[in-house]
Design a protein around this ligand. Structure first.
Ligand SMILES: Nc1ncnc2c1ncn2[C@@H]1O[C@H](COP(=O)(O)OP(=O)(O)OP(=O)(O)O)[C@@H](O)[C@H]1O
Length: 385
């Protein structure tokens, strides 16, 4: 089975389980991979219908499956992501004597992968993003780009690489007109411009907002607009500085899932680096997490790799309980340290202790737990003062 076939099968499963909201977004990703304007028009028409008849779920599923069937007949080439799109070696940036210094940092970024850039405030996330975006010159080290589309100068580079800063600029006119303007330099026919723009509007859930102006959109929708605008340019590398900052929890999850899915395109993958304070959300979708501490890359591991030399089981526990009581119930589980951090306990057990046993112990003693999480492999463990 090809990757495209696997993905279509997955989308069918979403519809079969009536997970229509997710299924429809994934259907649009399959459609975008075809780069076929007739398929785009089918999706656009269906999106318009779906917004007019939001309660007709069964009919929507039926029509979606028809489009999927059509998509399944279009061959999709698999892109080889082996060569990194950016390689940085021993990058150093200093803001002057006795000031903040970033690096040395060595990093390889591949298309199709999502990189979460995390760290406490002022540890160099924005500095690193700006260096990779060539917005800021590094003092030492080597930075190589390996894009499919040739670039001869920094202006050309801007079409391969897009950096969205924390604060985006105000724009004038309607959302849709602004998106059409982006494509106006690409020599497309007016019809193709319209189709590509509407497809992106549909993909980012902006259908009912397309005629609105900048000041009529919430921060979350402004971010969706920025992403739509960016992806119309089909960049090879996307650098996002705190894209989740103004989004509510649900919107954060949806945007992250969407970004991951879009970057994972089969024939047109994008490398994505995003900085964020939303640790868990970012870790969930990231293929790699880059944790910066005092300007240094603290860990260079795959998120599935065993980290922290596996010296402890580290558990975060939010509960209504005295520290002494917790120490007492965990005494048999080789508890080595119990820290109270920001209203939450962080318990360090010997690595032999199994997480389910911790859960079982909390349950057995009827501890009123609001929330608990095994953070042994999460960068969250570095954020304990
Ligand atoms: N232009 C500059 N001149 C001097 N120092 C700077 C400059 N820009 C950033 N810094 C310093 O570099 C350090 C890292 O800043 P940076 O913005 O990269 O961190 P960050 O991890 O993105 O922080 P935050 O999470 O607060 O956005 C900070 O101490 C900051 O004060």
């Amino acid at each position: 089975m090809t990757r495209a076939e696997v993905r279509i099968k997955e989308v069918i499963t979403f519809f079969e389980n009536k997970d229509t909201f997710l299924g429809y977004r994934k259907l649009m990703d399959c459609a975008i991979d075809t780069q076929n304007l007739d398929v785009y028009n089918d999706v656009i028409e269906l999106t318009d219908w779906k917004e007019k008849f939001p309660d007709e779920e069964d009919e929507l599923i039926k029509r979606s499956l028809q489009i999927l069937n059509r998509i399944s007949k279009i061959p999709i080439d698999d892109y080889n992501t082996e060569t990194p799109v950016i390689s940085g070696s021993n990058l150093i940036k200093s803001y002057g004597f006795n000031r903040f210094k970033l690096g040395p940092i060595s990093i390889n970024i591949h298309k199709g992968d999502v990189y979460g850039l995390v760290g406490e405030n002022g540890n160099g996330k924005t500095t690193l993003l700006r260096i990779l975006a060539k917005e800021l010159k590094h003092n030492e080290g080597d930075l190589k780009f390996n894009f499919d589309k040739e670039f001869n100068n920094d202006y050309d580079l801007r079409s391969n690489l897009v950096y969205i800063p924390q604060r985006t600029q105000k724009w004038y006119g309607s959302l849709k007109d602004n998106l059409k303007f982006v494509l106006s330099n690409y020599g497309l026919s007016p019809q193709e411009n319209e189709t590509r723009v509407l497809m992106m509007i549909a993909r980012f859930g902006l259908w009912n907002y397309k005629h609105l102006k900048w000041n009529e959109l919430s921060s979350g929708y402004k971010m969706r607009f920025e992403l739509a605008r960016t992806l119309l340019r089909q960049p090879e590398l996307l650098l996002l500085d705190e894209p989740l900052a103004n989004l509510d929890v649900l919107a954060q999850q949806v945007i992250l899932e969407d970004l991951k899915s879009i970057c994972n395109s089969i024939n047109n993958p994008i490398a994505l680096i995003l900085s964020s304070q939303q640790l868990y959300e970012v870790e969930k979708v990231s293929d790699k997490v880059i944790y910066l501490k005092n300007g240094l890359y603290k860990e260079n591991e795959d998120k599935n790799t065993v980290v922290n030399a596996k010296s402890h089981l580290i558990v975060e526990i939010d509960c209504h309980c005295e520290r002494e009581k917790l120490k007492q119930i965990f005494a048999d589980l080789s508890l080595e340290k119990l820290i109270f951090n920001g209203g939450i306990f962080i318990a360090y057990f010997s690595i032999e202790t199994a997480f389910p046993l911790v859960l079982e112990t909390l349950g057995k003693h009827k501890i009123d737990v609001t929330y608990t999480r095994n953070i042994t492999q999460s960068t969250r463990r570095f954020f304990v003062s």
